[in-house]
Write a protein that binds this ligand. Structure first.
Ligand SMILES: *Cc1c(COP(=O)(O)O)cnc(C)c1O
Length: 253
């Protein structure tokens, strides 16, 4: 089989300009979003899945509120952010109860209160202390915070994520915390260009989730796949894909 190379199309870096309110850029975000939706749908069909089983998270880190609004106008409702102060500023300034905000960055203990207060999901939970704090600090008026446990699937030094060896215990400890709901696993694999190699890495996360599901049937989420490895992630069962560059253009950082 010839792999789909849809994700290899080049992205419009010119979107990332200070003035993002002109019509050209409105069309750029809307049409990029449509292209990503079509890619998801094409890959889903190819691998015998439904597009509805895959949620697209638009990763808007380092992008202005105007770009997020363009995506909202094009029907996008779920957004991923990495940098807490920047994210909270955007969430408060947009102030739209229809939106779903996902914190996808690494989580420092001292920053948990703000995440617990402002987000619907946190994908980067990799230790019990952080999970406990998120649970304790979740406002009583909010539904429990959805969390994914991040796994360092390639055992990279300096990378966030629990090891496969520690994940079962961490899941058991998190499952009893009242302010959070354990939804699944998240990973950012080491960069690989071959589809088959990308798939192998994601397959290990899927197998790990499958083995946890007997004890934790509510774990229904595989948060994996970004602009460069979307096809592989969908092939291996991603239920949330986190896409930034392909929607909003390249970032400066
Ligand atoms: C930035 C980021 C993404 C989006 O990456 P792109 O390559 O721009 O699609 C997804 N997930 C995480 C955790 C990120 O930090």
């Amino acid at each position: 089989m010839i792999g789909h190379n849809l994700q290899k199309r080049s992205y419009n870096v010119n979107q990332d300009t200070p003035s993002m309110t002109d019509n050209n850029s409105v069309l750029a975000v809307a049409s990029a979003l449509e292209t990503v939706r079509q890619d998801i749908s094409t890959h889903a069909q190819h691998y015998g899945r439904t597009a509805q089983s895959i949620q697209l998270l638009a990763v808007s880190k380092r992008k202005p509120v105007s770009a997020i609004r363009e995506a909202i106008d094009a029907g996008q409702r779920a957004f991923g952010e990495n940098y807490l102060d920047e994210a909270v500023e955007k969430i408060l300034s947009i102030d739209d109860a229809e939106l779903q905000w996902h914190f996808i960055g690494a989580i420092q203990s001292r920053k948990t209160a703000s995440i617990a207060e402002h987000f619907h999901w946190a994908h980067g939970v990799d230790r019990l202390k952080v999970a406990q704090r998120l649970s304790d600090q979740r406002p009583a008026s909010s539904a429990p915070l959805n969390i994914c446990l991040q796994v360092n699937i390639d055992n990279e030094t300096g990378k966030a994520g629990a090891s496969f060896a520690d994940i079962r215990q961490l899941a058991a400890d998190c499952a009893v915390l009242p302010g959070i709901v354990l939804r699944g696993l998240m990973a950012i694999p080491a960069p690989r260009t071959e589809l088959s190699e990308q798939r192998q890495a994601f397959a290990r996360l899927r197998e790990c989730l499958n083995s946890l599901q007997s004890e934790h049937p509510g774990m229904d989420t595989l948060s994996m796949g970004m602009s460069g490895d979307l096809e592989a992630a969908i092939a291996e069962g991603a239920t949330i894909v986190r896409v930034g560059t392909a929607i909003f253009g390249a970032r400066a950082d």
